[in-house]
Design a binder for this molecule. Sequence first.
Ligand SMILES: NC(=O)c1ccc[n+]([C@@H]2O[C@H](COP(=O)([O-])OP(=O)(O)OC[C@H]3O[C@@H](n4cnc5c(N)ncnc54)[C@H](OP(=O)(O)O)[C@@H]3O)[C@@H](O)[C@H]2O)c1
Length: 331
Amino acid sequence: MIPSTMRTLQLESFDGPEGLFVRELATPQPRAGQVLVKMHTAAVNPSDLMFLRGRYGVRREPPTTPGFEGCGTVVAAGPGLGKLWVGRRVALATQGNFGTWAEYTIASAVQVFPLRKSISDAQGAMMLVNPLTAWALIDRAVRDRQRGVLLNAANSALGRMLIRTATARGLTSVAIVRQASQVNDLKALGASAVVVSSADDFANQLADACRTHHAGIGFDAVAGTMTGAMLKALPGGARVLVYGALSLEPVQVDVGTLLFGNRVVEGFWLTEWIRQYGMTRVVRAMVDIQGTLAHAMTTEVLATYSLDQAAAGIRAYQNNMGAGKIILRMA
Ligand SMILES: NC(=O)c1ccc[n+]([C@@H]2O[C@H](COP(=O)([O-])OP(=O)(O)OC[C@H]3O[C@@H](n4cnc5c(N)ncnc54)[C@H](OP(=O)(O)O)[C@@H]3O)[C@@H](O)[C@H]2O)c1
């Protein structure tokens, strides 16, 4: 029995967690090609923090329900879809009008993926955005015939996935972190070398590590001066894919590094990757992510919050993202 109303988080102004309120709204109805999902859990990612401030690539005017991914059970399908999806536990992504930080949400039927029993609701909430990005970036390195990759923000959930997926695909990884206390942990995870960005001779250490471990492509989640530093440390002809802006700074690259080394900086956005490469590759990736790469794609959860506690939880995550991921649990 689907209730006529549901509890949802509403972003009422672009003020970060301070703009979030729990509200009771009409349960949405799925239209053609859509499913209604009873949410179990939802993820909170850096992209959500940007969305809450109106600074993300996808922008909806308040009041709106945030949340780009989560895990739940399909409870109804729109006209034309039949009963195929109903009753299935799924991971879902949504960038439409309804977010995942609610008791129910609407998703396009092509943005829901059945979850294996072995995947918990908590992991299921984080099964799409970061794992697909890690898969896509490492796939790019493999298709470019690289032997090793360079990455920063290496202790992030996605950074850890990149290290483990690189290892699983037979690539080396050179990892950049901000804190020396993370070095041993990431080496134990499989990183070939870990370099601390505050070291006095950071540039030399990075170039040495890239040379030693044959890193030929960089994955940059930080931007600012870090993009140029990575590009310079890589060999001539290399490219850096910028996929995040954790520093909140514009990309800065020394012109000589670009010109004389024939190096390239390009952007990576998962939404665009899916558009370009299509659902066949996404489905293939999801089979790997829940199968052979399931261990590589696991994310540690620091804490779980109810809808009522969500704003406090998101504030805590925002103030110390390095401490780990939080999950929203609906019931
Ligand atoms: N382009 C795409 O399609 C796409 C898709 C998915 C994710 N992303 C991006 O991937 C990045 C990582 O996401 P996540 O979910 O894995 O993050 P997360 O686990 O929530 O972790 C955030 C990490 O960011 C690091 N960090 C924060 N500010 C930093 C700064 N100024 N310089 C260097 N490191 C900083 C923290 O490092 P400490 O441990 O040192 O505190 C922490 O490890 C984000 O930028 C996200 O937007 C992009």
